[in-house]
Design a binder for this molecule. Structure first.
Ligand code: CA
Length: 223
């Protein structure tokens, strides 16, 4: 595979130049925009990941995220948000973002997220049998999931989280394992994003399907 392209949409010059330097050193082809308006046009087929600041001078980052997702369903989108803007994070995930980082963040942490996002977006091409538990079926190869006859409209991370739980149905899956497998990080300082995803998954697969194991993780009940 050729070098994955990263589109960085960030109006803060200090953050943008730091990120560009680090990503560049890792071999990513980085293109930077300081406004959101041209993001969709600039997001060519060479771009595998967009790092998107939510506070942009022209178009709201959430709206940019929505447009990018509509234009490029397979794109990885990582949003950057200022501390304490949790509603923004939820809105961003609803608008199709795969992951988020709260500023200020550690560059090592960001690089881990970038790698994980691109690995997922770049096509895990292994053709797996669909996973089944309860009335839930997850077909990772097709990136689709069903409850009974009803197909579930899941975001990319929700799909992977559900797949992990279904593959381990009846067994506890630790938060650490989930953070590592789904978010590509061993960082568990704040796992609010995991809680948010579990909450929304329960809407899809049934409130009683996923049990919270306090201090441990989660278990998809297999009966
Ligand atoms: Ca900004």
């Amino acid at each position: 595979m050729s070098t994955p392209g990263v589109l960085l949409v960030e109006d803060d010059n200090a953050i943008a130049s730091g990120l560009t330097r680090v990503l560049d050193a890792q071999g990513y082809a980085v293109r930077r925009l300081s406004r959101g308006g041209p993001a969709v046009t600039e997001c060519g087929p060479d771009i595998g990941l967009v790092i998107l600041d939510l506070g942009l001078p022209d178009v709201d980052g959430i709206e940019v995220c929505r447009r990018l997702r509509a234009a490029r369903p397979d794109l990885a989108i990582l949003i950057l948000t200022a501390r304490g803007q949790e509603l923004d994070v939820v809105a961003g995930l609803d608008a199709g973002a795969d992951d988020y980082m709260v500023k200020p963040f550690r560059l090592s942490e960001l690089l881990a997220r970038v790698r994980a996002s691109l690995r997922r977006a770049g096509g895990e091409s292994e053709v797996d049998e669909p996973l089944r538990a309860r009335d839930v079926v997850v077909d990772l190869a097709a990136r689709r999931a069903w409850r009974g006859d009803e197909e579930l409209a899941l975001r990319p991370k929700q799909l992977e989280l559900l797949a992990l739980l279904v593959a381990n149905a009846g067994r506890a899956v630790t938060r650490e394992r989930i953070m590592f497998d789904v978010w590509g990080t061993s960082w568990t300082g704040s796992t609010k994003t995991l809680d948010t995803h579990i909450l929304s998954l329960r809407h899809h697969v049934g409130r009683d399907a996923i049990t919270t194991l306090r201090g441990v993780g989660y278990r998809l009940e297999d009966g």
